[in-house]
Write a protein of this length. Structure first.
Length: 360
């Protein structure tokens, strides 16, 4: 009898030790596991004809969105600067800002000039958060005042946008004016800038993208650069990927001096295109003003589409495709970001909960 009791106690001890080891191993695995939960993907989409005129009046059913070739269900749809609500229910029907009885809206597929009515364009910008990043490096000595004037005109032209931030850079980033609705503060920031030394564009642009990444809704960075990067430690590919993954549009206005430098011009073109923006190369102050006007028009004519990604085992780069469907719509050009990479986070301890990444 005593021998049986000892045997039972011994077996119980072995089971307890084994169970404790298993639980400890699982806890260790959980502490080092990467948790990713994509809440919502938001796309800013421009649709133009072959002449660059914007196509307005399109409906959700005119867009086919896929991620890694997986068709996605559109959750929300807005045209231009129509105000939107909070995060939608993934099982709810598509919510569109377009009104069926809006007699002032053109019929679907209508093209409007790339420089349309100013008042209409400005009012449609409501909801955008715009960061202006101004090059104050030694490249800017000759055209400094003209550049300030062009930026000031741009700020005035989008006075109804939710918020504007004004940053400047040379070797370091200066957050002269954080996001604000007070245009007078932004204007003082523009006029108070002074020329600096070498240009660390990619370092400072990365920091600006990180600031914008914390926001929901439509967001864009407008870079005014007068020359190639001469002091950054960050490669432009890192900046582009973070902007794509956070849904931040990058527009770049540079001078012909940068265009004459093939490496910089290629980077500017690729970075802006990959994020859904544009690159401009201005030869004088008139071209600079025209570029800012074009950016204002582009922001005012973007369709904003969001979706909840379907199950996808890919934890790396996800490719996004947006196509038009419907009579005579396939001929139009669609511009948006190419895709995104999941922004993964590692819990610091065993009690950490799964992190959530909003790709915006």
């Amino acid at each position: 009898m005593t021998r049986k009791v000892l045997l039972i106690v011994l077996l119980a001890s072995v089971l307890v030790v084994t169970l404790a080891a298993t639980l400890a191993s699982r806890a260790q695995d959980e502490s080092s596991r990467i948790f990713v939960n994509v809440v919502l993907v938001q796309l800013n989409v421009a649709v133009t004809d072959r002449k660059g005129n914007y196509i307005t009046g399109l409906k959700p059913e005119n867009f086919l969105v896929s991620e890694d070739r997986i068709p996605e269900k559109i959750a929300t749809f807005e045209e231009g600067g129509a105000p939107g609500g909070g995060l939608p229910d993934p099982d709810a029907p598509v919510r569109s800002s377009a009104k069926a009885d809006d007699h002032d809206s053109p019929p679907p597929g209508t093209s409007v000039g790339s420089v349309g009515q100013v008042q209409r364009s400005i009012s449609r910008l409501a909801g955008a958060s715009v960061y202006i990043l101004f090059d104050t490096s030694d490249y800017m000595y000759r055209g400094f005042v003209f550049a300030q004037d062009a930026i000031a005109g741009f700020v005035r032209s989008i006075e109804e946008a939710d918020k504007i931030a004004f940053y400047s850079y040379s070797r370091n980033l200066s957050r002269a004016t954080p996001l604000t609705t007070d245009r007078s503060i932004v204007m003082r920031g523009v006029r108070s800038t002074v020329a600096g030394d070498e240009a660390a564009l990619y370092n400072c642009l990365l920091l600006t993208v990180r600031d914008a990444a914390q926001l929901h809704g439509r967001k864009a960075i407008v870079v005014f650069s007068n020359g190639p990067d001469s002091a950054s430690s960050v490669p432009p590919e890192d900046v582009e990927e973070l902007a794509q993954s956070t849904g931040t549009i990058i527009y770049i206005i540079s001078t012909r001096q940068a265009q004459d430098e093939p490496v910089s011009s290629a980077v500017f073109e690729r970075m802006s295109k990959g994020t859904g923006g544009k690159a401009y190369f201005a030869k004088d102050w008139r071209d600079e003003n025209s570029a800012f006007s074009s950016i204002r028009e582009d922001l005012s004519h973007l369709y904003t589409i969001s979706y909840y990604p379907k199950a996808n085992q890919n934890r790396g780069w996800r490719t996004i495709s947006v196509r038009l469907v419907g009579k005579d719509l396939e001929k139009y050009h669609v511009r948006t970001r190419d895709g995104y990479r999941l922004q993964e986070q590692v819990p610091q301890n065993r009690s950490a909960e799964a992190s959530s990444t909003d790709t915006n």
